[in-house]
Write a protein that binds this ligand. Structure first.
Ligand SMILES: [Fe+2]
Length: 445
């Protein structure tokens, strides 16, 4: 929209309008502007504009003025083109363009915050993490002074997150409860500030509210509300996902407990069948865990190591009892039958669900030795799982210290000597050192 005013210089500082077109003429309906003095007619025009126009006419210099005119309530682009005895003034209305740019900037601003917040919605530990990110994100809006997120139940307000301490005062608590009851956002002014309370109505609405304090109420516009609506949807999805994740975690925990019970029963089964080895798997498990700790295993790794050690000889179920308990030396055929037990154990334990799926492989390799002298595959040191190498050492130590049908206990010193002699040969160097450390710390079966 453009408007043109042409004036004729009559006297010094007196400019009579000779022509008007465009939106300015529509502002003065039923009034003939021709013949009016420009400065008298526009005496209430913004002072900075009037002064610049006067200067331009005084010095006969073309000028350009851009700014907001509260008189016209518009953003104007003004050109003043003075001539010797006349002048042209063009007024272009830039309001829509400016608003469009401001809105685009605003929309982009919220979009940027939303993008930043997205990462906090991806894999949060809990909703509080999400809320703290939201509050910090909203605080980036220049006019916003503080953000608080609260949970209401039975008129009790619990703080979930605040960007500044004691943000919520007793005067506002009533407004929060009202929003909670009506489940509709509310904007109000108190103590010279503007407040917005927004209820987060997600699937399991348990009374979460966002309270935003601002220096001005202008910030609580459609952009802000749209931004909060988008957040509400994201919170709802995240809340559902967290709920589902907790349910799955609970079910998995239950399933793990069932599997642990089964593994304990399996461990007892072997020992019931062969009383000579009673307590052996338990001992191996106890020592293996201590070696694992020395080697820096985390709790999850220690759990798997313990269960693998507890059932490492489960495959002996498939070996005839008379061979297992035979007091005299074994024939080649009998030895080969015994050497099948890691493979039988592997087959029995295969198809366990995560995190137990590794147990079968650990059991399969517990008689492998670093120098390739082990069985059933004669693997080399790099090919053998660390857990299997730990069980191998713990198994040897406990077996040598225990009574067997074919020999009495060889004692602790002999057992330790065996692993020391074969350190780096049959047994992994690191594992042997860790085992020695464990005994030096006064380990007892
Ligand atoms: Fe074994």
């Amino acid at each position: 929209m453009e408007s043109v005013i042409q004036c004729k210089k009559v006297k010094d500082k007196e400019f009579i309008i000779t022509h008007v077109s465009g939106f300015i003429s529509t502002l003065f309906e039923n009034k003939d502007l021709i013949g009016e003095d420009f400065f008298k007619l526009f005496s209430k025009l913004d002072n900075y504009i009037l002064k610049k126009i006067a200067k331009s006419l005084e010095y006969g210099k073309t000028i350009h003025i851009f700014g907001y005119s509260s008189y016209f309530e518009k953003y104007l682009d003004i050109f003043v083109l003075p001539d010797k005895n006349s002048c042209w003034l063009t007024f272009s209305d830039m309001t829509k363009l400016i608003q469009k740019t401001t809105n685009v900037n605003k929309a982009k601003f919220f979009q940027d915050i939303e993008l930043e917040l997205l990462s906090s919605f991806l894999d949060p530990e809990n909703l509080i993490d999400v809320y703290s990110s939201i509050a910090t994100g909203i605080l980036k809006i220049p006019e916003v002074e503080g953000v608080g997120i609260y949970q209401i139940s039975k008129n009790e307000i619990k703080k979930l997150y605040e960007t500044s301490t004691n943000f919520l005062n007793s005067e506002i608590k009533h407004d929060l409860i009202q929003v909670y009851r009506l489940k509709k956002y509310r904007i109000f002014n108190k103590f010279g500030k503007s407040y917005l309370v927004y209820p987060i109505l997600h699937t399991d609405f348990v009374g979460e509210l966002i309270l935003i304090a601002s220096f001005t109420s202008n910030v609580f516009d459609e952009y802000m509300l749209e931004f909060l609506r988008e957040l509400e949807v994201a919170i709802s999805i995240t809340s559902d996902r967290l709920k589902l994740r907790n349910e799955i975690a609970q079910k998995n925990k239950h399933l793990e407990m069932v599997i642990e019970d089964i593994l304990k029963v399996m461990s007892k089964l072997v020992e019931l069948r062969d009383p000579y080895t009673a307590g052996h798997q338990k001992n191996v498990a106890k020592l293996s865990v201590e070696i694992g700790k020395e080697l820096g295993f985390d709790n999850e790794e220690l759990k798997i190591l313990r269960y693998a050690a507890l059932v490492h000889d489960i495959g002996k179920i498939g070996v005839p009892l008379e061979i297992l308990v035979k007091p005299s030396s074994l024939s080649v055929l009998e030895l080969n039958l015994i050497r099948e037990h890691p493979r039988i154990g592997y087959e029995l334990l295969s198809n366990l669900i995560p995190p137990f799926e590794k147990i079968s492989k650990i059991v399969f390799q517990h008689h492998e030795r670093c120098d390739g002298s082990g069985y059933p595959l004669a693997l080399n040191c790099q090919e053998i799982l660390l857990e299997s190498k730990i069980i191998a050492v713990a198994d040897t130590v406990d077996a040598m210290m225990s009574h067997r049908p074919y020999r009495p206990s060889l004692g602790f010193e002999k057992a330790l000597e065996e692993i020391k002699i074969n350190k780096g040969i049959k047994y992994d160097e690191m594992v042997v050192d860790a085992c020695i450390n464990v005994f030096e710390k006064d380990f007892k079966f």
